[in-house]
Design a protein around this ligand. Sequence first.
Ligand SMILES: [Zn+2]
Ligand SMILES: [Zn+2]
Length: 337
Amino acid sequence: MKYEDLLCPSPAGLYCKPGDFHIDPVRAVDRAVITHGHSDHARSGHARVLATRETLAIMGERYGEDFAGATQPLGYHQKTDINGVTVSLAPAGHVLGSAQAVVKWKGMTMVVSGDFKRRRDPTCALFEPVGCEVFITEATFGLPVFRHPPDTDEIAKLLKSVAQFPERAHLVGAYALGKAQRVICLLREAGYDRTIYVHGALERLNALYEAHGVKLGPLAPATGGKKADFAAAIIIAPPSATQDRWSRRFPDPVVCFASGWMRVRARARQGGVELPLILSDHADWDELTMTAAEIRPDELWITHGEEDALLRWASLNGQKARALSLVGYGEDEGEEA
Ligand SMILES: [Zn+2]
Ligand SMILES: [Zn+2]
């Protein structure tokens, strides 16, 4: 029996033939298992969707309640049977509700990580390694140059700048699902208890996080008021909004951007970012290699991202690996990294 008999790449995404379902399909299918709510993984129009309750809620918020014909919530560690294949979900540590799909059949276990990170994140459950024959990983930051600093350092940089420039507003670009709420929670953990102002595009997902028990503290819409009222304020907005007309309502804003890509100085410069904050919801190089070394699967499959360096690392470490080069993921990585 080959591993490909259980899961194999197809134009719509990873396909499980014996179970007749896809994982994070990029086109509408009959039966989908969805790892998390980012738009490159969670699309609308499937006949049946299996995901965590949180991911289903996020999809409902983004696409409307009729985003799928039927939905089935599955809690972490619960098992379900799909045509003789056992499927369960394990925390992926990426965003609220994010899960690894664990697929078992005839004594074989294959794990699809979805997007993941290993660091603690106050907005979601910590990644749990699951023993398996095949670990299918992302590699968004699969280059040794990508080493994300501790999140507390990045938040300290932001708070130091706020103290240094009390006459200016700090406008933090952060993706609407996951990053925005994480930045807010990290600010709270650092002792920042003042009102944090938010762009309207973040309000519904913020409310959804709150409804799932993630406390965000005092928030207010970043509208109304006089320009001077926003001196020394922290405002969270989608990255695109930090560059457009909308940002002119704030006093001499310090434009910040919370993303793993901020490790690349040229990217920060091009984006007009004055204060880059290296905060990523994806595993960095150390987390990717540490995870592969810890799980030690028979085979490491790489879905998308920077696969070459990881393939080379695998061969140097006697780890069998292959690149699937799946299409359709990470295209909106801008939207989530
Ligand atoms: Zn994602
Ligand atoms: Zn992704």
